[in-house]
Design a protein around this ligand. Structure first.
Ligand code: FAD
Length: 379
């Protein structure tokens, strides 16, 4: 008998998992406190990469993530070609020191078999004709990387899962979890209901921690706000902005000093910069000076953006385990509650969904997940 599975959370992780579990014959119910892709998955740069992450086993996990997206896209399976834009990632350098660092990184990555090439300024101009290359020393290209349209991905995968019998319950907040996996959910009108299944998988991003607290489990992710009595600092907030539709000719994910850009689903450009986005706390009004500052930097690199205006700005709280890398494992000994929490979840979703669904159904843990269980926090 295939198990019944409750998935809490319809972000990139929960939706990918719903698809993979229904593919393996499980009876799946997905519960979300809001709409699909409304958590961190709606406020992400969504760059798919394994661009030199640490430690080595986390780099390997991200390589598997990139490959899983690529496989699905190449096979044109599940509509992945519609959401994984494998444009390549172009990293440009403005100083000799930045160029040296890029060359060193390309050497390190290619020695592990990762696709990466150093580029001259002329090669950059050929790849991105609308870039203003005057101040550039050169760059690097990572041709297998790209970006994901997370809304299309979540909707596409959940739709496929529902076509195979999964049920999606939006606007149902899990307010209590028991060790058996039974959950209590509360709807917006205050009605409560109970759901039970053989296995409950928590894929609620920053929601995992408060849910597990109802079961007296101190889940080791950074709290989204304040220290909530943990002594651990809050997770970092990032700011992602998108222009209205604009003809810029940006074809790649592009990283330059102080600004990262990529094409957006609306025909505009999405731009961000982690250090600049983290200059102010989310409730500090000065944070709203950041989009203008970043757009000015983007215009220096792409003069075609001169008339572009910012259409949307989102603030996303990173889902950040205390040691920075993925958590994927059983919470309860009797295998009834499983939890996944990860940064880089857009890159990792396709691989994690394949191997976690296998683990939930067969009990077999994939070798790539071994370093990412909860036991590492035991000490
Ligand atoms: C600024 C920023 C930039 C990023 N850039 C990248 C990048 O370039 N590449 C990359 O790979 N990753 C990136 N990430 C990380 C990536 O976006 C996340 O790892 C990923 O979106 C996490 O997805 P998730 O499905 O785990 O969580 P979420 O998307 O947060 O989904 C969780 C869902 O659970 C629901 N939920 C929460 N609590 C409850 C509850 N009690 N009951 C029911 N439902 C609940 C929420 O409504 C939500 O829909 C970035 C993140 C940020 C913030």
């Amino acid at each position: 008998m295939k198990p019944t599975v409750l998935i809490v959370g319809a972000g990139v992780i929960g939706c990918s998992l719903a698809y993979q579990l229904t593919l393996r014959g499980a009876a799946v119910t997905v519960i979300d406190a809001a709409e699909l892709s409304s958590g961190t998955s709606s406020a992400t740069f969504a760059w798919v990469n394994a661009n030199d992450k640490a430690p080595a086993e986390y780099q390997r996990l991200n390589v598997l993530g990139l490959r899983a997206h690529e496989r699905a896209r190449t096979a044109r399976a599940l509509g992945a070609a519609d959401w994984f834009h494998q444009t390549g990632n172009l990293h440009v350098a403005a100083t000799d020191a930045e160029m040296d660092a890029l060359e060193e990184k390309v050497g390190r990555l290619t020695s592990t078999g990762y696709d990466a090439t150093v580029l001259t300024r002329a090669e950059i101009e050929e790849l991105e004709p609308s870039i203003d290359s005057a101040g550039l020393k050169g760059g690097a290209l990572y041709p297998k990387e790209g970006w994901i349209d997370t809304i299309a991905m979540c909707a596409g995968l959940l739709q496929k899962a529902c076509a195979s019998g999964a049920v999606f319950l939006p606007y149902q907040r899990v307010t209590e979890l028991r060790p058996t996996g039974q959950v209590t959910v509360t709807s917006a009108d205050g009605t409560t209901r109970h759901y039970a299944a053989d296995v409950t998988v928590l894929a609620a991003g920053n929601g995992n921690r408060p849910i597990l607290r109802t079961m007296d489990v101190d889940f080791p992710t950074r709290p989204s706000t304040g220290d909530e009595g943990t002594g651990v600092g809050p997770s970092a907030v990032g700011l992602i902005a998108t222009t209205g539709p604009v003809e810029t000719g940006i074809g790649h994910v592009v990283h330059a000093p102080g600004i990262s850009l990529r094409p957006a689903r609306n025909g505009g450009v999405t731009f961000t910069d982690s250090p600049t986005g983290a200059l102010w706390k989310p409730d500090d009004p000065r944070i709203w000076t950041v989009p203008g500052l970043l757009l000015d930097r983007a215009r220096m690199l792409y003069p075609a953006l001169r008339n572009a205006t910012t259409e949307t700005v989102t603030l996303g709280t990173r889902v950040l385990p205390n040691d920075g890398v993925t958590i994927s494992g059983w919470i309860t000994e009797k295998s009834s509650v499983y939890a996944i929490a990860t940064h880089s979840g857009v890159t990792l979703a396709a691989h994690l969904a394949e191997v976690v669904s296998e683990e939930v159904i067969t009990g077999e843990r994939h070798e790539s997940l071994r370093p990412f269980g909860l036991t590492r926090f035991a000490s």
